[in-house]
Design a protein around this ligand. Structure first.
Ligand code: ADP
Length: 193
């Protein structure tokens, strides 16, 4: 079993890194953002409730994402391990996740922080707005809001995991393939120490 958590600002590129690493290592790639957007696309009652929250850049409730995650982990493709992309996003989510891992006697995951400069972050978000991957929550004002929420609610997780000895860092100011190689190197070192 191999569990990882990917942390980083919206636009840091962690989603892309998760996709490649999961595929190469036969891990399930669990993105709460993708799960929530799928729920909206399905047109369900829950999706209708989520739509306005996500479109303003706010976070959905901790209870909801935790129950989505707990359900997702029972699926067969998670058996070899998984990557969380975009979860946990708040201290409460991290605490709930830890309780869950301890209850299930699962080893606590390594947490990879993707570091990116403000300059590169703004450039990437701008690119995404102009590309086919464009999403409803990519508008400038919404992005600002998401970044502020990230700083307030998610950045504290960096210290939280650092203190627990679970954190490793990857410099994400480079092309996708370069960052992927850095990720592989950092995880090799961490797993052999
Ligand atoms: P990005 O990868 O660009 O940071 P995501 O796709 O992870 O964005 O998330 C998009 C939106 O989905 C968030 O702005 C938030 O509204 C919601 N969301 C995703 N994950 C969580 C979570 N763990 N807790 C609360 N809300 C979440």
């Amino acid at each position: 079993m191999y569990q990882l958590i990917f942390l980083g600002a919206p636009g840091a590129g962690k989603g892309k890194q998760a996709e490649i690493f999961a595929q190469n290592n036969k891990l399930a790639n669990i993105s709460t953002g993708v799960m929530l957007r799928n729920e909206i696309a399905s047109g369900s009652a829950l999706g209708l409730e989520l739509k306005p929250i996500i479109e303003t850049g706010a976070l959905v409730s901790d209870e909801l994402v935790i129950s989505l995650i707990e359900h997702r982990l029972t699926q067969i493709d998670c058996q070899k391990g998984y990557i969380f992309d975009g979860f946990p996003r708040t201290i409460q989510q991290a605490e709930e996740l830890e309780k869950f891992f301890i209850k299930q006697k699962i080893k606590l995951p390594l947490v990879v922080m993707f570091d990116i400069s403000d300059e590169n972050l703004l450039a990437r978000l701008e690119n995404r707005r102009n590309s086919d991957e464009h999403r409803a929550d990519d508008a400038v004002e919404v992005q600002k809001n998401r970044l502020q929420i990230y700083r307030e609610q998610t950045v504290p997780l960096i210290d939280y995991y650092k203190q627990k000895g679970q954190l490793v860092r990857v410099d994400a100011n480079a092309d996708v393939e370069v960052v992927q190689q850095r990720l592989v190197d950092v995880l090799n070192v961490a797993n052999n120490s």
